[in-house]
Design a binder for this molecule. Structure first.
Ligand SMILES: N[C@@H](CCC(=O)N[C@@H](CS)C(=O)NCC(=O)O)C(=O)O
Length: 198
């Protein structure tokens, strides 16, 4: 298997962490710049986005959560759905909303200009980040030991990404519970090795 990724994408980080937790920590990786239309990425993904996973059968898989779904199906244990799959998927959905809003804000800056953040759509995306994080803070995913579930993965990836892209943002709320979860997961190998870096 081969994973096409970049070192900042929260979607690629979810796929990386899920692969590692499913026993594929040493999978081959190729770092690509999705905005440079790298030929291997274009071949694997018509949408030219990371992550893309090339299976051993030579089949390209795209979309972070579909890669997780494929992994769950291929190797059900350890499960990434935890003891309460409905709660896990519900919280993971909130975290994905935060991730989408953050990435969309970065893309909005590319499409228009830095003023995107304060535009009506930019403020809507910011509200999504703040409200999504506050909802997760009010009902945080829990981690005891062993394999983190998808809600832990997506929530920590979301928080780390928002902090990475919007450092010192005045609009970021206090998030003591999520922060302590992120700090704890930061020393878990799959999270540590995939921490976003420019
Ligand atoms: N829904 C996709 C989103 C993937 C995505 O948007 N990746 C970004 C990097 S964060 C990308 O490659 N963007 C390039 C582009 O939009 O053209 C997923 O879950 O994998």
């Amino acid at each position: 298997m081969q994973l096409l990724l970049n070192t900042t994408s929260p979607y690629a980080r979810i796929a990386r962490i899920a692969l590692a937790e499913k026993g594929h920590a040493n999978i081959g990786t190729t770092v690509v710049d999705p905005w440079a239309d790298a030929p291997p990425l274009l071949e694997a993904n018509a949408a030219a986005r990371v992550p893309a996973l090339l299976t051993d059968e030579g089949r390209p898989l795209t979309e972070s959560l579909l890669i997780v779904l494929w992994l769950e199906n291929r190797k059900p244990q350890p499960s990434l759905l935890g003891n309460d799959p409905t709660g896990t998927i519900s919280r993971a959905g909130i975290a994905m909303g935060v991730i989408d809003a953050a990435v969309h804000t970065l893309i909005g800056r590319k499409v228009t200009d830095p003023a995107f953040d304060e535009s009506p759509v930019g403020l809507r995306r910011r509200r999504t980040m703040v409200q999504g994080l506050l909802r997760l803070e009010a009902d945080p995913p829990s981690y005891d030991a062993g394999t983190p579930d998808l809600s832990v993965i997506a929530s920590v990836v979301a928080l780390d990404y928002v902090r990475f892209r919007f450092p010192n943002a005045a609009w970021m709320p206090e998030l003591p519970k999520l922060s302590s979860l992120a700090a704890r997961m930061g020393s878990h190998a799959s999270f540590e090795t995939s921490f976003p870096r420019a």
